[in-house]
Write a protein that binds this ligand. Structure first.
Ligand code: HEM
Length: 453
């Protein structure tokens, strides 16, 4: 069985048809040849972009000369009502300072420190799913709930059921329905002024979220001043000075950063976990292997348990390959240059597509197949090095990558160890790019309690 892949459009379509397709879903708006091409140039009356599928070009843009390819104003524009000047949208020296303060909070030792909070969220997710065992559940809803819980417990030491946390979660749902993180405006082949007509609802939801986050950060600033703040990610980030200037974030700056931690950290993990559960339901042999590993991992009492879940981790990796939560990233060329012998003008949009790289026919063997064992085969190393970038790469690589891998592995083991997931009647889910890669009509799965659990 081949896991669901969106349909591709015909190679040549009219401009307005292209725009219409794009608005529906950017994945199915792309031509089939992008799974083979090294680069594709798109030119419209308003927009000139280059989609780069060449590992050397991706390295050039993300690793070797990243300052020449910053995030574009189009991206900031769409996300600023929610994210202000958060690390996700800033560039240059402002971004570099933010990164110096944030990076230490996500070092391996800190991820280890966050493990008890992650485990508590995994056990709570297991109890919620357990209450509905024997029925068909909407797993995207469950994984969103679980991932939001992980973020609140690790950042602020509060469960998602906390009153403010629950309100933030609800307001984010409203927000995400009206404004994608993968800001479609940044990719859309339309004049730049068009996407600016943002819906009033987006701005209103952003205001609510920022108001709630402000209450959380102000309360935390007071607890830090009083010396009784818990040792979690929020306290870490709020008390870490920039090693170069000695100055840390002000409470106001923290609001921008918390907003992106929540947005980037919970939607992405929720998307990957939901697809992983669907894949395991569709491939029962792989599911049995995850369940067997989980059975040997006890009650996930400490961080070291993750080392005993290598196959589960490979299932999560293979899910990130087939359904990268962030399917495309956009940068802007700040000076003219040449890519694969073609002139790239200043101001061109440079699109990097984990979606296409992860299924590229020149890079992967059996690109559309689900094969978690590929991650333990030596011949896969080159494909992984050249064609796997779910967390991006270079200086702007996702700081939460280690955190997300730990969370994904633990959640999968906790859920699949206790429950068997199977496909209900009905068509398979269709991947579309919303805020992250989601299923057009959700991911319903039948869940039943495992006899051994
Ligand atoms: C499976 C889960 C995740 C995936 C696939 C993912 C993917 C990504 C990608 C692709 C980027 C780069 C976007 C771009 O350059 O346009 C990114 C950036 C970022 N991610 Fe993640 N992420 C995940 C989880 C997390 C978590 C758990 C956190 C934090 C709690 C986080 C925080 C961030 C931040 C702050 C950035 C901006 C970094 C910068 O621009 O310097 N992410 N993530």
């Amino acid at each position: 069985m081949i896991p669901p892949k969106p349909a591709s459009r015909a190679d040549r379509v009219s401009f307005w048809r292209y725009v219409r397709l794009f608005r529906q879903d950017i994945l199915s708006a792309q031509p089939e040849r992008l799974y083979r091409a090294r680069m594709a140039e798109f030119r419209t009356p308003f927009f000139h972009s280059f989609l780069c599928n060449d590992p050397a070009l991706i390295r050039h843009v993300l690793n070797e000369d990243p300052m020449a390819f910053p995030k574009s104003a189009r991206i900031r524009e769409g996300l600023s009502p929610l994210l202000g000047r958060s690390i996700f949208v800033t560039n240059g020296s402002i971004w570099a300072r933010q990164r110096r303060i944030i990076d230490p909070a996500f070092e391996q030792s800190r991820v280890k420190g966050a493990f008890p909070a992650m485990r508590a969220a995994a056990l709570a997710a297991r109890a919620r799913v357990g209450a509905r065992a024997g029925s068909v559940i909407e797993v995207e809803e469950e994984t969103s709930h679980a991932a939001a819980d992980v973020i609140f417990r690790t950042l602020f030491s509060i469960p998602i059921e906390d009153e403010i946390a629950w309100q933030v979660f609800g307001a984010f749902r409203d927000y995400q329905r009206s404004q994608p993180l993968l800001n479609i405006g940044a990719l859309l082949p339309l004049p730049q002024w068009l996407p600016r007509f943002r819906k009033r609802r987006t701005r209103a939801a952003a205001r609510v979220i920022r108001g709630l986050i402000t209450r959380l950060t102000e309360a935390r600033a007071e607890a830090i001043a009083a010396g009784d703040a818990p040792d979690d990610l929020a306290t870490r980030i709020m008390t870490t000075p920039d090693p170069e200037t000695g100055r840390g974030f002000t409470p106001a700056e923290m609001v921008d950063q918390i907003a992106i931690f929540f947005l980037a950290g919970h939607e992405t993990s929720a998307s990957a976990l939901a697809w992983a559960l669907w894949l395991l339901a569709a491939f029962p042999e792989a599911q049995a292997r995850v369940a067997a590993e989980a059975a040997g991992a006890g009650d996930f009492d400490d961080f070291a348990v993750l080392a005993r879940l290598p196959f589960t981790r490979d299932v999560f990796r293979e899910t990130l390959r087939l359904y990268p939560p962030v399917p495309m990233m956009v940068r802007e060329a700040t000076r003219a240059g040449r890519f694969r012998d073609r002139p790239v003008p200043e101001g061109a949009q440079i699109v990097l597509s984990p979606w296409h790289m992860h299924r590229h026919e020149r890079i992967w063997d059996n690109p559309d197949g689900f094969d978690p064992d590929r991650w333990s085969r030596r011949e896969n190393a080159r494909s992984a090095r050249e064609g796997f970038l779910p967390f991006s790469q270079g200086p702007r690589v996702c700081p939460g990558a280690g955190f997300a891998m730990a969370e994904g592995t633990l959640m999968l083991a906790a859920l699949v160890g206790a429950f068997a997931f199977s496909l209900p009647d009905g068509p398979p889910p269709v991947p579309v790019a919303h805020l992250t890669v989601r299923a057009a009509a959700g991911i319903p799965l039948r869940v039943s309690r495992r006899k051994s659990a």
